[in-house]
Design a protein around this ligand. Structure first.
Ligand SMILES: [Zn+2]
Length: 71
C-alpha cells in the first residue's frame, strides 16, 4: 500500500492514479515515485546537517576541554 507523501495517509489506487484517503492528494505512479524520492533526499540531507552540527559541537568541546587542561 502506497503512503501519501503529504500526510502519510493511505492511498487508494484507481484509474491509474493514487488518491490519498485522508487529504485527497491525487498522483500518478511517476509523480508519487518522484515525490517520495524527493522526501528521501530531504531526510538524508537533514541527517547530514545534524551530523555536521554534532561533529562541530564535539570538536569545540574537545578544544574547550583541552584548552582548560593547559593552564
Ligand atoms: Zn494525504
Amino acid at each position: 500500500m502506497a503512503k501519501c507523501p503529504e500526510c502519510a495517509g493511505k492511498m487508494k489506487y484507481a484509474l491509474y492514479r493514487y488518491t490519498c484517503k485522508r487529504c485527497g492528494l491525487s498522483l500518478t505512479r511517476v509523480e508519487l515515485d518522484d515525490l517520495q524520492e524527493k522526501l528521501r533526499d530531504q531526510v538524508k540531507h537533514e541527517k547530514t546537517k545534524d551530523f555536521e552540527k554534532e561533529k562541530r559541537r564535539k570538536e569545540y568541546l574537545d578544544w574547550y576541554l583541552s584548552s582548560k587542561d593547559k593552564k
